[in-house]
Design a protein around this ligand. Structure first.
Ligand code: SF4
Length: 610
């Protein structure tokens, strides 16, 4: 095989057994890599009997056939496991030098199971791996951990680490690399913590086998030039995703006061221009020539790397109109290894619960000092922080008082930074995202705002599926960053060309999207198997607030989502995906996608529609 290395590293932390699994071209083409490999491995090996925080859960770190090749934005890697936050399939991607190093070390993926007797880290170097002692590292932040490990193993290593959030199993703890690149929102850091695995350190020096290296280099060079020639390139370099904040405010989709409103009175103070005034440098993922990590000096005179999502969630969503303070919260979340989106969402919920008298000694809107204490308490599971560490769904169940109506999550994963009172397609994207409410798979809101804002049309269903096939399918399995395409208009047609030069295999874009369809039905089967007879289409509904409480301000004052309209969108979505009215893949769909064995197993948990 070319492109793929063809080897998966297997590590059992309980027994310290380390082995290598080889796979063939059929497996590679069928599941491609990244999310595809992770979904297949978790389906086969982590069933409903497995507690996500038990040794039997498996952490999958998976690259794809383009990962780590010099080419635009190909320095990312997928981290996946059964999620302790949602109980379903969970994954995320992050940019890290660990991505190219893993492939150059001779592996496409690592699967880690068991639980180490004492704090440990995994060291991988050129075809070998070793579990090493991490007792001196346990308790350190993600930044400190990476620095220490670089002192030991050298600067030229790739490192994935957890902080106190992961160690203490905050249910939305994530994995951090390079002091600011984060991934694995649905608790992948907590899974690492439950295994007493502090970090994965990788060094690889081998060549990744390419079918046609000369052509590959030529195409990659053209890709870089193409990206740099895009009309929006200069502005992207200035603001990156931070430009989204002003756009969200103008279009009334900026999450504000726990997703109560879509506009924030202090938006100007936290937008891309405010960020530019504080910016000192840019950081980013390996091999990227449009690096989007905007580094500012925060109110405590430390570096913090901002993007739109974390600014909206620690800014407008909690009523904090001060970018320097927002940056402090963002840095702390990264240092502790806690997902900033889920944390900002949960804090917003706690503020509303305080306002409504459900939470005594809680936290007021915009109270930076109290929030800062709480972020630390979340990381160390102290007092109210312990309740917040379990996410918004569990906190709402605990508080009662009708708070489930304004607990802003889908399937237990906190909604990311787009208010959908007046955005039905984006609500559908959140509802049907395969990890719970995340924008990664189908960020259709920009298209929706430009076209038919309030309609419930078939075109919206088509757009959500189109984006899921591209973003959640192709990009997550090749493993490549989607931002060159979505932000700068870099053509998708480059990817089959890069793929052919790397692997020697000719594929059309549609064939790449079909891999995405297969993986989507597999991830859906995973969720359904977990829930068995209890699965229902209500799992795909967005939060009740968007249906029930109209916006009170801004250009869409009075708007809510319409239940009947949403249900129609959802039914059409299921139909087009080949799933039944419950949102469960039909047997015929699974068979058509080459997943007949999945159908046979799923049938044991719930009756399948033919
Ligand atoms: S655009 Fe941003 S997220 Fe994407 S690869 Fe570049 S630095 Fe990473």
């Amino acid at each position: 095989m070319y492109g793929w290395v063809g080897r998966i590293l297997r590590v059992d932390l309980t027994t310290k057994k380390i082995s290598t699994q080889e796979y063939d071209a059929d497996f590679a083409i069928k599941f491609m890599g990244g999310r595809g490999f992770a979904a297949k491995i978790l389906w086969d090996e982590v069933g409903p009997e497995v507690d996500p925080l038990s040794p039997a859960n498996k952490l999958v770190v998976a690259a794809g056939p383009l990962t780590g090749l010099p080419g635009p934005s190909l320095g990312k890697i997928v981290v996946a496991a059964k999620s302790p936050l949602t109980g379903g399939y969970g994954d995320g991607n992050l940019g890290s030098a660990a991505a190219p190093h893993l492939r150059k070390a001779g592996y496409d993926a690592v699967v880690i199971e068991g639980r180490a007797e004492k704090p440990s880290y995994l060291y991988i170097e050129d075809g070998k791996a070793e579990v090493k002692d991490a007792e001196d590292l346990w308790g350190l932040t993600t930044f400190e951990t990476e620095r220490k490990l670089k002192e030991i193993h050298g600067r030229g290593t790739g490192i994935l680490a957890i902080g106190p959030g992961g160690e203490n199993q905050v249910l939305y703890a994530n994995i951090i690399s390079q002091e600011g690149r984060a991934g694995g929102r649905p608790g992948m850091g907590a899974v690492m913590g439950s295994k007493r695995l502090k970090a994965i350190v990788v060094r690889g020096t081998k060549d990744i086998p390419l079918a046609d290296p000369e052509t590959y280099d030529k195409i990659a060079k053209e890709c870089y030039e193409d990206i740099q020639s895009k009309p929006n390139y200069e502005f992207w370099i200035r603001q990156g995703t931070m430009a989204t904040l002003e756009w969200c405010q103008e279009n009334s989709v900026l999450p504000t006061y726990n997703f109560r409103e879509g506009v924030f009175e202090y938006a100007r103070l936290i937008d891309g221009y405010a960020m530019e005034a504080m910016k000192i440098e840019r950081r980013g993922c390996p091999y990227c020539n449009m690096r989007c990590g905007n580094v500012v000096i925060d109110s405590e005179r430390m570096d913090s790397e901002l993007d739109y999502e974390n600014v909206a969630m620690f800014g407008s969503n909690i009523g904090l109109g001060h970018l320097g303070k927002v940056a402090v919260l963002n840095r702390l979340a990264d240092e502790y290894g806690i997902d900033s989106i889920s944390l900002g969402n949960t804090l917003g919920f706690a503020m509303e619960a305080t306002e409504k008298g459900l939470l005594k000694d809680g936290v007021e809107w915009g109270d930076f000092k109290r929030v800062k204490e709480l972020v630390e308490d979340v990381a160390y599971r102290r007092g109210l922080g312990d309740a917040l560490a379990q996410g918004v769904m569990r906190l709402s169940e605990k508080l009662g008082g009708g708070s489930e109506r304004w607990a802003i999550h889908v399937k237990g994963l906190e909604v990311s930074a787009y208010d959908c009172h007046a955005a039905p397609a984006m609500a559908l994207a959140f509802g049907t995202s395969p990890i719970g409410a995340h924008h990664k798979d189908a960020w259709v809101i920009s298209w929706e705002v430009r076209t038919d804002r309030l309609g419930y049309t078939e075109a919206k269903v088509d757009k959500v599926i189109e984006f899921q096939r591209i973003r959640g399918g192709m990009f997550e399995t090749l493993v490549s960053c989607r931002l060159p395409w979505i932000e700068l208009g870099f053509s998708l047609e480059w990817y089959p060309k890069l793929f052919k030069a790397a692997t020697g295999v000719s594929v059309s874009l549609d064939e790449l999207f079909t891999v995405g369809d297969r993986v989507y039905s597999l991830m859906r089967a995973y969720w359904v198997r977990e829930w068995g007879g209890k699965w229902s289409r209500s799992m795909d509904y967005p939060p009740a607030r968007w249906f029930e409480e109209p916006l009170t301000k801004g250009p869409f004052k009075g708007a809510t989502l319409k239940r009947e309209g949403y249900d129609q969108l959802l039914s059409r979505y299921y139909e087009k995906r080949g799933w039944d009215e419950r949102g469960i893949p039909r047997r015929s769909t699974l068979e058509k996608l080459g997943l007949g064995d999945v159908a046979d197993q799923l049938q044991k948990y719930t009756p399948l529609t033919p």
